[in-house]
Design a protein around this ligand. Structure first.
Ligand SMILES: O=P(O)(O)OC[C@H]1O[C@H](OP(=O)(O)OP(=O)(O)O)[C@H](O)[C@@H]1O
Ligand SMILES: NC(=O)CC[C@H](N)C(=O)O
Ligand code: SF4
Ligand SMILES: [Mg+2]
Length: 491
């Protein structure tokens, strides 16, 4: 079974991808194609739910889209002209089948399926309250909270119930829901996670986390779903609702740095162009003399190109990535775990030998990749190894749908840039500044009072309250406070 990369456990994992089609022939087959294009967003599990006008049909499985949705017989069972799909990297609830999406329930108002990218930061609190009131949960995923809030809402229509539910939810969500009447998609009021819409012809609609999923089915990109917008696709056509009070949006800036595919358009900008611009700003902010600029493949490549162009230093492939390692699921013993990066990357020795090189990667999370790659370049005979990173230091965890390690495991939460440089054993290390990153996305600078993006993993400035975290941390903080009081009483 294919699930995830064997050595990625300590990495910044991706998030989830959602895809939905309304009113097309072979809706499930088209959804499987869309999910293929979103596979980079989640490799733990995949699922598709379809509706044939009478019944909902579902196939959900652990592992990749290929392998789970390549059998005609599986797709054939998912009948109907409407379907929603999901690729998952869990953020709440483990990698078990019961957490694989779309989640589905038969409600008093009809069937309800939901596919979710994001993370609900008050899910634990809501769940406890729902369970106290008698809800029986089928999964451990945060997403299921939405279903119970819809089920127990006092409103009459499903749309009103969903609005009521989402008004109680805090955090990030791009949702594709299916009901007996049609499809409802929505994006949280801050628009933290992306969601776009497109069409094949008049009268049908396609929704997806990224535009690459529209490309793969030959659909035309219409626009992004707006932050806080809820769109209903039904036999009445398309209606747009704005049920939440309007507020300035905060789309995730890391989508531009790493998560989205470079051939996607995110929030109206080409990811590839933004990544190249990041590289150019990085070259301007932290120049260094060198013979070559070398990308850390895959995701460091566009920024390295931008850096090389701006610095007028040749761009060369000094690290070759094996595409056969992929993200195959093999549980390695601890003894071979450290081989991970070598398995994936290898030095192009004849090129780097005796040369001063600049390595460009998109981010440092735990520092595992950078340390291994710097060592690899030295072993290959590089004369100098300078590391440049296309994002500011990742110093805080994400609570909005990206599975980052706990804060203390992030290299930048423990070390200064100088200490990080020592840790990865580079001759120099430089990160783009937060204002530089904003400039590369087309802004003049970061608006300190009202940042234009969510950038919490670099700044610690979270755009929502984090109820569940606060409830965990407060008792600890209280404990610490009590310990301090005890200590001061003793002295
Ligand atoms: O500091 P670390 O904990 O090593 O994590 C950072 C690395 O992880 C990601 O790459 P990854 O290998 O996951 O995927 P990619 O092939 O898409 O770059 C990212 O691009 C960095 O290279
Ligand atoms: N990464 C995601 O967007 C995950 C969605 C949801 N929170 C889950 O864990 O299933
Ligand atoms: S914390 Fe970081 S990864 Fe998470 S939504 Fe905000 S910017 Fe994106
Ligand atoms: Mg990488």
């Amino acid at each position: 079974m294919l699930t995830t990369h064997p050595f990625d456990d300590d990495k910044l994992k991706e998030e989830c991808g959602v895809f939905g089609v309304y009113n097309v022939d072979d809706a499930a087959a088209m959804t499987a194609l869309g999910l293929h294009a979103l596979q980079h967003r989640g490799q733990e599990a995949a699922g598709i739910t379809s509706f044939d006008g009478n019944e909902f049909h579902t196939h959900r499985a652990l592992g990749h889209v290929a392998g789970n949705f390549d059998q005609e017989e599986v797709i054939g069972r998912l009948k109907g002209r409407m379907a929603a799909g999901h690729v998952r990297y869990s953020t709440s609830g483990g990698t078990s089948l019961r957490n694989v999406q779309p989640l589905y329930a038969d409600l008093s108002v009809g069937g309800f399926a939901v596919a979710h990218n994001g993370n609900i930061s008050n899910a634990e609190k809501l769940r406890k309250e729902l369970v106290r009131r008698g809800s029986i949960f089928q999964s451990t995923s945060d997403t299921e909270v939405i279903i119970h809030l819809v089920a127990t809402s006092g409103f009459r229509t499903l749309l009103d119930r969903l609005i009521d539910a989402l008004k109680q939810v805090e955090g990030a969500y791009s949702l594709i829901c299916m009901t007996n009447e049609g499809m409802i998609v929505c994006r949280d009021p801050l628009g933290i996670r992306p969601l776009v819409m497109g069409k094949l012809d008049d009268g049908n609609y396609i929704f997806a986390s990224e535009t690459v999923a529209l490309d793969i089915v030959g659909a035309e990109y219409i626009r992004s779903v707006e932050p806080g917008e809820m769109i209903v696709a039904s036999h009445n056509g398309l209606t747009s609702h704005h049920p939440f009070p309007k507020q300035p949006s905060r789309p995730c800036i890391f989508e531009h740095v790493y998560f989205s595919r470079p051939d996607s358009i995110v929030n109206g900008s080409s990811v590839y162009s933004v990544r190249k611009a990041i590289g150019a700003v990085l070259a301007e902010e932290i120049p260094v003399e060198a013979d070559y600029v070398i990308p850390v493949p895959d995701s460091g490549t566009p920024a390295a190109l931008g850096y090389a162009e701006a610095a007028n230093i040749p761009f060369e492939l000094g690290i070759i990535r094996s595409h056969y390692v992929g993200r195959t699921f093999i549980q390695p013993g601890d003894g071979v775990r450290h081989l991970g990066v070598k398995l994936k990357h290898n030095a192009n020795k004849p090129l780097v030998e005796g040369k001063r090189i600049i390595l460009v990667d998109d981010s440092i999370v735990r520092g595992t990749t950078s340390l291994k790659i710097v060592q690899m370049m030295r072993e290959a005979g590089a004369a100098e190894v300078h590391m440049r990173i296309a994002s500011p230091p990742t110093s805080h965890s994400c609570f909005y749908g990206v599975d980052t390690p706990e804060r203390e495991k992030l290299l930048a939460s423990r070390f200064t840039v100088e200490e990080m440089c020592d840790f990865i054993q580079a001759d120099s290390l430089g990160f783009i500044s937060i204002d530089g990153l904003y400039r590369a996305t087309g802004e003049k600078e970061r608006n300190q009072a009202q940042p234009q993006h969510c950038d919490a993993c670099f700044t610690g400035c979270y755009p929502t309250t984090l109820t569940d975290l606060d409830e965990v941390e407060q008792p600890n903080q209280l404990k610490l406070l009590n310990e301090q009081v005890v200590r001061s009483e003793r002295t």
